[in-house]
Write a protein that binds this ligand. Structure first.
Ligand code: C2E
Ligand code: MG
Ligand code: MG
Ligand code: MG
Length: 292
């Protein structure tokens, strides 16, 4: 941070700050315009039950199909708007788009669960449940149990009692919850005790290194154990190789998502990908691999 020392310095700093604010404002306006211009898209990444060799659903991941810059990932534009109400517009767009997509996928497999990431600011709004109920009503053919919401375990969920009651209201509608990036936050343990989650999602940073880093292996193992003792489901993200999958199954985690299974893909590629997914047997075989 620059120190304000004299009159000249102050003016210089001021102009600098002004510039920063302006840039931030412009970028936010640009993202807001992208929503209106219908430039957002959802990609989908399959979730696999490795032991059964079955696709159990998809995670919806946001992309910005920028007319000049091409496909942009959420890490590049969500942080610009996550503290403004633009994130609410985006979140509601994502919910509608996922439900619209589910209308056709439910005919293909009514047991799929589609996960949607929800920003903390959106989720904690006083009218979240009310508006979600209204959005669900726009898609009467989609059973709410096909929808799972992922909330970031590391996000500042300020008022746990409030969050808990929102989760209970959503669960009464049939929607389930996963705690995303589990283990990376400050309060994993107290969240676990106080939030009615259905699923823990092991953070990919632990999964990625677990075959070479004992500490990460212990962390992955501990999260799986926690899920089991709390009676929750558990899924690993960032599963890039069969060896990762084999280790996870030996530790008691059968559900996985990662580049080793498939990268996120546009909606119109999903059904043909599922039809041609021929690696199921390989993953099932990995279930019986000896200890590494
Ligand atoms: P996340 O929910 O933890 O999603 C997992 C991220 O890891 C995705 O990145 C996915 O493409 C990537 N990934 C999946 N498998 C692998 C793998 O095997 N290796 C590696 N290296 N990466 C893998 P993406 O799509 O860039 O999304 C980043 C984050 O942005 C998400 O993390 C989520 O927190 C947020 N996000 C994405 N879509 C939405 C959305 O619709 N709404 C909100 N609020 N946040 C979103
Ligand atoms: Mg997620
Ligand atoms: Mg995650
Ligand atoms: Mg993440």
């Amino acid at each position: 941070q620059a120190k304000i020392t004299g009159r000249n310095r102050y003016h210089f700093f001021d102009a600098d700050l002004d510039e920063q604010v302006r840039t931030h404002y412009n970028r936010r306006t640009e993202v807001r315009a992208a929503v209106r211009a219908n430039e957002l898209a959802l990609y989908y990444q399959p979730k696999l039950d490795m032991r059964k060799g079955r696709i159990i659903g998809m995670e919806a991941l946001l992309r910005w199909a920028h007319p000049q810059r091409g496909i942009i990932g959420p890490g590049e534009f969500l942080p610009i708007v996550e503290h403004s109400d633009v994130i609410i517009d985006i979140g509601e767009w994502v919910l509608r788009e996922a439900l619209r997509q589910l209308q056709s996928w439910r005919v293909f497999d009514a047991n799929w669960v589609i996960s949607v990431n929800i920003a903390a600011r959106h989720f904690q709004r006083h009218d979240f449940v009310e508006r979600l109920t209204a959005i669900l009503a726009e898609y009467p053919d989609v059973p709410p149990h096909m929808l799972e919401l992922e909330i970031l375990e590391s996000s500042a969920l300020s008022d746990i009692a409030h969050v808990r009651s929102i989760m209970l209201d959503c669960q009464a509608l049939g929607i389930s919850f996963a705690l995303d990036d589990f283990g990376t936050g400050y309060s994993s343990m107290s969240y676990l005790k106080r939030l009615p989650a259905d699923m823990l999602k092991i953070d990919q940073s632990f999964v990625r290194n677990m075959l070479v880093d004992r500490d990460d292996l212990h962390l992955v193992s501990a999260v799986i154990g926690l899920a089991r003792s709390f009676g929750l489901g558990v899924i690993a993200e960032g599963v890039e190789t069969i060896e990762h999958g084999a280790m996870l199954m030996r530790l008691g985690c059968d559900l996985a998502q990662g580049y080793g299974i498939a990268r996120p893909m546009p909606a119109d590629e999903v059904l043909s990908w599922v039809a041609s997914f021929d690696k199921a047997a390989v993953w099932q075989a990995a279930a019986s691999l000896p200890p590494i």
